[in-house]
Design a protein around this ligand. Structure first.
Ligand code: C2E
Ligand code: MG
Ligand code: MG
Length: 398
């Protein structure tokens, strides 16, 4: 896709600045352009469009419906693929809005400080055109409970793998297993579209078991080729409230001939603290059996340091929201530095998630981060492609 093929909507209350944005878009060759002077007008236009725009450029500070409320609507109803925040407001607030949009699952191309210039706009839009896209269907879709139940039973949900690389020697040392629903028609559906449904249907435990077993089988195949990788598997929060979980995971993994010490269970920070007392017991038992325990999405869950220090974690994964772009955003970098510092003090390995650029790689390496995961190295790929990805990976800049 080229810039000229983009469809863009400009939402800006200020007439002069709106015209300026339209002129810059024209200079960049973008011809499919919509405009609105306020959030309500933009929403009603979006509702009527046959094809949702690629990018919505939105001013935050508008009378009536402000940009923040507007982005919330766009994200929840999936009325655009990505958003560029254009604002004269301070960096901390722009950051908050980015995080919010990201949490809603909307792609944020960045925030552009006013005044808008050709360069700034080009950078943001180029990111859309050339930036990382998952090879997955991200169209909104209706999935019924029975459909997802059948998909799970038919083994249509399988792990894809994203490599993890050590900064020190640039070697691929592990992979994270990420659920993908590969439909009969070839469409690949990302987990964000079906995890919530599985949870409501009480099927998350079944998913975890399935992912663990499949990942162990794939690992054994790689082992046979001389490729030794640790496996990181996401564990559903509800598992941590079941006393049986620790024994079951051990049984499943060992039945496939894998040592629990080669398996790292990722638990999101928010879920850890939901039922702290019970969760602690299960996690302690998992550690006793040799599993690694990782705090996933670190920095997004508001847990206190005291709580974190009580859990027998072995690894901390800094959330991608703080990692990607950290080299040029001091506030993100501050969170990364603080996370690294905490991990050092608690003697935890650190994985930086969402490493997308060489600049971020260099900064993280300098700060002493242990492991990188992100599209700079590879997107998640099917098991059969993992050996190939490992063989072709080179240290950036080498
Ligand atoms: P997560 O565990 O934090 O996984 C990382 C997500 O970030 C993955 O999205 C991955 O594709 C994406 N990612 C990694 N590096 C980059 C990067 O450089 N740039 C960008 N833009 N994205 C990157 P995915 O596969 O869509 O998974 C989303 C979430 O779904 C996971 O977040 C995890 O919470 C959940 N999930 C995935 N598989 C399972 C599973 O088997 N069981 C459970 N319970 N949850 C799962
Ligand atoms: Mg994870
Ligand atoms: Mg994560």
């Amino acid at each position: 896709m080229s810039l000229s093929a983009l469809s863009v909507m400009v939402v800006e209350d200020h007439g002069f600045q709106r015209r300026m944005a339209l002129r810059l878009l024209a200079e960049l060759g973008v011809t499919d352009v919509h405009q609105a002077a306020d959030g309500a007008g933009a929403l009603s236009q979006l509702d009527g469009l046959d094809r949702i725009p690629d990018v919505v450029m939105v001013d935050l500070d508008m009378p009536g419906m402000d940009g923040i409320e507007f982005i919330g609507h766009v994200a929840q109803r999936r009325l655009a693929r990505a958003v560029v925040v254009v604002s004269a407001l301070d960096a901390a607030l722009l950051n908050t809005v980015q995080t919010m949009a990201h949490a809603y699952g909307l792609r944020v191309l960045g925030s552009v400080e006013k005044p808008l210039t050709l360069d700034k706009l080009a950078v943001a839009l180029e990111d859309y055109v050339h930036g990382p896209h998952d090879d997955v269907a991200d169209e909104p879709m209706e999935i019924s409970a029975s459909t997802i139940r059948e998909a799970l039973a038919a083994n249509e949900i399988t792990p894809w793998y994203q490599p993890q690389v050590e900064f020190a020697n640039a070697r691929v040392v592990g992979v994270e297993a990420l659920a993908r629903w590969v439909r009969a028609d070839g469409h690949v559906v990302p987990p964000t579209h079906f995890i919530g449904l599985l949870e409501r249907e009480g099927l998350l435990e079944a998913l975890t078991d399935h992912m663990l077993v499949q990942a162990c089988r794939d690992k054994r195949r790689w082992d046979e080729q001389g490729l030794h990788l640790t496996l990181s598997v996401n564990v559903s929060p509800t598992s941590l409230t079941l006393n049986s979980a620790a024994d079951r995971y051990q049984r499943l993994v060992e039945a496939e001939g894998v040592d629990p010490a080669d398996v790292i269970l990722e638990i999101t920070e928010s879920s850890v603290m939901a039922d702290a007392a019970r969760g602690l017991g299960v996690m302690a038992r998992l550690r006793l059996k040799g599993f690694g325990l990782s705090i996933d999405d670190f920095g997004t869950g508001w847990s206190s340091l005291a709580q974190l220090s009580q859990v027998p974690f072995t690894e901390l994964k800094i959330d991608q929201g703080f990692v990607s772009g950290a080299h040029k955003q001091p506030r993100k970098r501050a969170v990364v530095e603080a996370s690294l510092d905490l991990a050092r003090k608690l003697d935890l390995k650190v994985v930086a998630e969402g490493v997308e650029s060489i600049e971020d790689w260099r900064m993280l390496a300098e700060l002493g981060c242990g492991i990188a995961q992100g599209t700079l190295i590879s997107r998640p790929v099917p098991a059969a492609l993992v050996p190939d990805v490992v063989a072709h990976w080179r240290r950036p800049g080498a």
